[in-house]
Design a protein. Structure first.
Length: 235
């Protein structure tokens, strides 16, 4: 059983890395984006990250059971809070003239709400896996985001510089946390069943980076989460 659990982390890590690769390959060519589309990507990224990253990392902290995972995630949270990463991101958005508007918030609303509901389940392995995917994506995405900001005349790159480096270390840490949590679990589950949170977050990031997704009808995904807007309309 121990061997089966140990061997689970590697295939899961491969699935996460493949998802990140696919997301990166799907990014629109910045040359083909209008200034408004460039602004929209920065603004939606800010709308999703600024107020939710620490909250979701805190959920991972609350969900995990092993000392090792707690220590790794606590280090991550301390750095976020101590170095004021939300403030860093806000300065980045202001300098790029891409502060999120109501339209930007609404473009990601449903997919963001789905991730929030998932995170509320406090599933240790799935949440840590989702955050490992998040950190991994963020690291890879930083040069693209910095390029969009530069195209909008911004010279502010503290956020993108810090996260291109820091998150490589964080991603590795989260995979160690994942392994610790899998070892702690009662049985080794199928890799595919662990990916729920990651898939929801991936759908959310697609709404961030693709102007056509962000402006089209909200993306539906494999969740039976109740939509509060639909309830209001039906009431
Ligand atoms: Fe951060």
């Amino acid at each position: 059983m121990a061997a089966a659990k140990r061997s689970l982390t590697a295939p899961v890590q491969e699935l996460v890395e493949r998802a990140i690769e696919e997301l990166m390959a799907s990014l629109p060519d910045p040359d083909q984006l209008s200034p408004e589309e460039q602004r929209g990507i920065i603004a939606r990224y800010t709308a999703v990250l600024e107020g939710n990253f620490i909250y979701w990392m805190t959920a991972a902290y609350l969900a995990v059971g092993s000392d090792e995972a707690h220590a790794i995630i606590e280090d991550n949270l301390r750095e976020e809070v101590r170095d004021n990463h939300p403030g860093m991101l806000r300065r980045f958005a202001i300098a790029a003239r891409a502060v999120p508007t109501e339209t930007d918030a609404l473009a990601v609303y449903r997919n963001l709400e789905a991730v929030r509901r998932f995170v509320g389940e406090l599933s240790a392995v799935k949440t840590v896996l989702m955050m490992a995917f998040f950190e991994g994506f963020i690291t890879r995405f930083m040069p693209y985001l910095a390029d969009l900001a530069a195209r909008r005349g911004s010279a502010e790159q503290e956020y993108t510089d810090v996260h291109g480096v820091v998150d490589v270390v964080h991603t590795e840490g989260l995979f160690r946390a994942l392994e610790a949590e899998i070892r702690l679990g009662p049985e080794a589950p199928e890799p595919a069943r662990l990916l729920t949170g990651m898939e929801m977050l991936r759908t959310l990031i697609e709404a961030v980076v693709h102007p056509h997704v962000a402006t089209a009808a909200p993306v539906e995904h494999a969740t039976d989460a109740v939509d509060p807007l639909v309830i209001q309309e039906a009431a």
